[in-house]
Design a protein around this ligand. Sequence first.
Ligand code: ZN
Ligand code: FE
Length: 255
Amino acid sequence: MHWVPVAALSDNYIWLVADDEGNAFVVDPGEAAPVEAALAERGWTLRAILLTHHHNDHIGGVSDLVRNHDVEVYASGDPRIQPKNQIVGDGDVITLDAPKATFKVMAVPGHTLTHIAYTGEGFLFCGDTLFSVGCGRLFEGTPEQMLASLDRFADLPPETLVCCAHEYTAANIRFALTVDPDNAELRRRSDEVARLRAEGKPSVPSRLADECASNPFLRVDSKAIARWVNAQGQDHATRTERFGALRRAKDTFTA
Ligand code: ZN
Ligand code: FE
């Protein structure tokens, strides 16, 4: 399978995946033009669209793409997501004929209440739920819901490629270093991302194992994060409270 993160809007990535014959699908096309350009450049044919949630930077290009391509559009039942012709939910298995691929659908509320993710073929398409060294803002869900969603991701195979929808990694790392400064894996990732970005390359995808080692939002059970939460004056915080404290601190972090 061939894959490329197509840059769109200010900092979105639209994941474009194809087989050797050029049969392709995209995840979260917030814009049509960059997808059309990427398809044309490679001579690929769009066969399917997978959507994670209703925000316009993830679905804004769908109408144009369905006008120009014969595609199935997979999404949750949320009426805010239009157009679509395949409604999927937690536990559903999607089988694409071309490219030949199977994905499991996971309901992952938190960023929005109807956010879903797709996993299979070594990929995790997680939209705005998990970012590299960060996680999505809680626009609709609770810390408890988001933490449960991230816990499910953490149980996937360690080699899984985390394909998130934004280039937020460098800013996420600046925050992460303030809560987990002695984490050697985080420092290694920080150097790697600085080098990739200096070369004008995407910082993603990352390996799930690397996220589990460096992403503070996947490390609420670590001593380092517990220590940071204690230092904020929150003794005996539960893991949900630790997660909530991290998320709130990130919301107001500027550096
Ligand atoms: Zn979003
Ligand atoms: Fe987004």
